[in-house]
Design a protein around this ligand. Structure first.
Ligand code: ADP
Ligand code: MG
Length: 327
């Protein structure tokens, strides 16, 4: 089981950004409305995620770190299946098998909580009392301290930080209703307040994409045949790293998709300019039955039932909106 823990961990725990993604998903599952992330050294030395969600019962804390507590995967041979299905129910166990992890949680409004620790293969199921407001903190230190081969795959502090930052930004633009902060090496990077009104959303987009994006952005909101496309698009001329400013969500989920990029690129190229990467924050909403989100375990990919319809809707909507401002 220990061996399979580490092998499995190699899949889900690739780098600090993937750890943070799993921890934030757990926090959101727990109904958190506030997420505070602190990292040191790009997350390699330390990751701390605190949420104000419903917390974990004292008796469930050791279980939360134990592999197989919530998963159907029991034997090493099943790893093949895991690779295609993803590691649902394994994130905390996987992370703790390759790091020093402290899980602290409270369901108590009075600040009383409990803590369990794990260090690599050794889990200390001993519960210790700990002060904690209602919610959960996961403290992950020294990622891959016991797996030098995996540690070698980590890049520089700057690169790992950028990936973490990208993960936070991607989430921030899909959950305007959740407050999110990020600190790196003790310095504040993001402090995003929750708010779902247009003004508050645009403030967040400006904070995430930079004020220049928002100043140049065109707001669009188009609905046709049960498909809705809304968000902000901008000429990318102001930005040197346009690739960083492409956010696309399908039913609230961040995705990268060739049908989507093609339609967007063509609409921009047709109206505005040629050979440049457009900048956009766009949300496509459609009947969940007409899109398959489970084609890839990391869930960044989708498959549209009618990709032609989606392509033409995206292209047509963007083309018309852009042409209106640039006749
Ligand atoms: P999964 O989320 O797929 O169930 P994880 O290993 O990520 O598996 O988490 C294990 C369990 O621990 C979760 O099912 C949940 O019950 C609990 N848990 C983890 N993180 C949190 C959190 N931040 N708040 C509340 N409960 C949590
Ligand atoms: Mg999880």
């Amino acid at each position: 089981t220990r061996l399979s823990n580490q092998i499995a961990a190699g899949e889900v725990v690739e780098r600090p950004a993937s750890v943070i993604k799993e921890l934030l998903e757990n926090a959101l599952d727990a109904g958190a409305s506030r997420l505070d992330v602190e990292i040191d050294n790009g997350g390699i030395k330390r990751i701390k995620v605190r949420d104000n969600g419903k917390g974990i019962d004292k008796g469930d804390l050791p279980m939360a770190l134990a592999r197989h507590a919530t998963s159907k995967i029991h034997i090493l041979e099943d790893l093949e299946a895991v690779a295609t299905l993803g590691f649902r129910g394994e994130a905390l166990a996987s992370i703790s098998s390759v790091a020093r992890l402290v899980l602290t949680s409270s369901r108590d409004e009075n600040g009383k909580g409990w803590q369990v620790e794990a260090e690599g293969r050794d889990m200390n199921a001993q519960l210790a009392p700990a002060a904690h407001p209602r919610g959960t903190s996961v403290d992950v230190r020294d990622l891959f301290f016991n797996t030098p081969a995996r540690r070698k795959f980590l890049r520089t502090e700057k690169t790992e930080f950028n990936r973490v930052d990208d993960t936070i930004k991607r989430l921030a633009l899909s959950r305007f209703d959740v407050s999110i902060s990020l600190r790196h090496n003790g310095k504040g990077v993001h402090n995003l307040r929750a708010g779902s009104g247009r003004v508050e959303m645009e403030r967040r987009v400006a904070q995430v994409c930079g004020p220049a994006f928002m100043q140049n952005a065109l707001h669009i909101d188009v609905e046709r045949n049960g498909l809705r496309l809304w968000g902000w698009v901008a000429e990318p001329a102001f930005s040197r790293s346009q690739a960083d400013l492409q956010f696309f969500y399908v039913n609230g989920r961040a995705i990268r998709d060739r049908v989507v990029s093609h339609a967007v690129r063509r609409a921009f190229a047709d109206v505005l300019y040629h050979g440049r990467h457009p900048a956009f924050v766009l949300y496509l909403e459609l009947d969940p039955a007409s899109v398959d989100v489970n084609v890839h375990p990391t869930k960044h990919e989708v498959r549209f039932r009618d990709s032609r319809l989606v392509h033409d809707f995206l292209f047509g909507s963007l083309h018309r909106a852009l042409a209106d401002v640039r006749p």
